[in-house]
Design a protein around this ligand. Structure first.
Ligand code: ATP
Ligand code: MG
Length: 469
């Protein structure tokens, strides 16, 4: 390969470095993308200028990762990470690098990087390739290979096995033999890695075009048992009767389908974890000779919550993934009346209904091993749309009365107000015609009478009927 054509803005930035007598290289994922023939929007630079020096060269520089020798340069609307040449850092606690040591050459900097395909650089501004570990060759061979001895590289940083998994899922590459063989021996180091770092790579694996490829490597190497033991436990859990596959393969096929269709990461996660409860819920029905998994979704929710919390997923993601899993067993039939459709919408949440239908398609794909016809969901989809068009999703704020109205009508302040509003909502979901002020106040009055006879335990506003005598 001769010199590459370099983006004019990058060249312009490079002249600022070279004008000050410094070297600068394009590194990391952007070089990998050049070898792959892909465009890359994410540029990382490496330089022999120290962070303070870089801050002196450009007007707008943010010290985003100064502890790792990284600053972010803002230049004409671009944000470019610039990292000073480094050598391999120490990971004394196995979690994060503690100190940084600067290196003087690009070759030294490249030798501390994880995989050969990530350890090439392009010298700027001229575009000369520096590829001491034949990263380009490994990309042609479609191989993920550690720079140097795999055991040592994994012992230095236990995150690297998960990074290999992530790249396998993103690129569909194989792990080179020695790289693959070194993972089982590195699991103790991986176990010490900060959960946030593991989550980041797991998340990229799930968001990749071929997550299943990553999970297969994880299972083969013991990473799955280490990081997601709940999923690993699904191997060999048979479910013949309806399914062709065991629970793990079913989950991986479901997730693969969701990825192929471009469904969101949350839907993919739900596809991956929706049946985690099956190993615990499995009961053999001796008469019919089949396995049953009664109420497994409750156990799936419990286990998935454990996984997502320990990997420090944000609460909003956890809430949505758990809701998808909790509701994944919905069973629509044409005989559902309108109230049943409205109850479904409220339980699942209007926001997640499209995702829940996608999850159902993924679940079917994972059951049958063939792509389901999305038309199977059309009748249900139409009922949901019609219901939403008529009444919306119906929530407390849609009621014709609010808490203040109830108190004005004689309901004592306290927990009764909320409870009665909840009951009114249920009534309106059953029959939207009841949603008038007059009718709701009448119903509220009746409910209130009932509660005055039977107090809510522990509510100071409602001591209940005084003891006689
Ligand atoms: P992407 O940005 O698409 O996720 P990337 O290859 O740029 O991919 P980053 O995590 O941004 O990945 O890291 C940038 C570069 O830093 C990598 O290409 C690699 O050279 C190096 N690198 C990142 N993490 C490690 C690590 N744990 N050990 C060694 N080198 C690493
Ligand atoms: Mg990057």
């Amino acid at each position: 390969m001769g010199n590459l054509r370099i983006h004019p803005l990058l060249r312009e930035m490079a002249y600022i470095f070279t004008g000050a007598g410094k070297e600068v290289y394009l590194v990391g994922g952007a070089v990998r993308d050049i070898f792959l023939g892909r465009d890359s929007a994410d540029w990382d630079l490496a330089t022999n200028a120290r962070p303070e020096e870089v801050m002196g060269l450009f007007k707008r520089v943010i010290p985003t990762g100064i502890r790792h020798g990284t600053v972010t340069v803002r230049h004409r609307g671009l944000s470019v990470e610039v990292t000073t040449f480094r050598t391999e850092s120490q990971y004394s606690d196995g979690r994060r690098p503690d100190t940084i040591q600067y290196a003087s050459t690009i070759e030294e900097d490249l030798s501390r990087r994880d995989f050969t395909m990530n350890a090439a650089a392009v010298r700027l501004p001229e575009g000369r390739i520096v590829d001491p570990f034949d990263g380009h060759g490994d990309i042609r061979r479609r191989l993920i290979r550690c720079v140097g001895r795999a055991e040592e590289r994994f012992a230095e940083d236990g995150l690297r096995p998960m990074r290999a998994v992530r790249f396998a899922a993103q690129l569909g590459f194989d792990l080179e033999d020695k790289t693959l063989a070194a993972i089982p021996g590195a699991l103790d180091t991986t176990a010490k890695v900060a959960p946030e770092r593991l989550r980041e790579e797991l998340d990229k694996t799930i968001a990749a075009p071929m997550p299943q490829t990553g999970f297969i490597v994880m299972e083969e190497t013991g990473l799955l048992k280490l990081i997601l033991p709940e999923l690993d436990a699904c191997r060999g859990v048979e479910q013949r009767g309806y399914h062709r596959y065991d629970v793990l393969d079913h989950s991986l096929f479901a997730c693969a389908y969701a990825a192929k269709k471009g469904f969101s990461t949350e839907v993919r996660m739900a596809a991956l974890f929706h049946d985690l409860g099956k190993p615990a819920a499995a009961r053999k029905d001796e008469e019919r000779g089949i396995w049953t998994f009664y109420k497994h979704e409750q156990e799936s929710v419990r286990l998935t919550e454990g996984i997502l919390r320990r990997l420090r997923y944000p609460n909003a993601v956890i809430e949505r993934v758990l809701r998808l899993i909790r509701e994944h067993m919905f069973h629509y039939e044409e005989t559902w009346n309108d109230a049943a459709v409205r109850r479904f919408i409220i339980r699942a949440g209007e926001d997640l209904i499209p995702c829940l239908l996608q999850l159902r398609l993924a679940d079917s794909a994972g059951t049958l091993g063939i792509e389901p016809d999305p038309a199977i969901l059309l009748p249900f989809r139409r009922r949901i749309e019609a219901s939403l068009a008529k009444t919306g999703a119906l929530s407390l704020k849609d009621l014709a009365v609010n808490g203040r109205d109830l108190m004005a009508a004689g309901v004592a302040p306290g927990r009764h107000v909320g409870i009665i509003l909840g009951e009114l909502l249920e009534a309106v979901v059953e029959d939207p015609d009841l949603n008038t002020r007059e009718k709701l106040l009448e119903i509220a009055g009746n409910i209130n009478k009932r509660y005055q006879e039977k107090p809510v335990p522990g509510d100071p506003h409602h001591p209940g009927p005084r003891p006689a005598g």
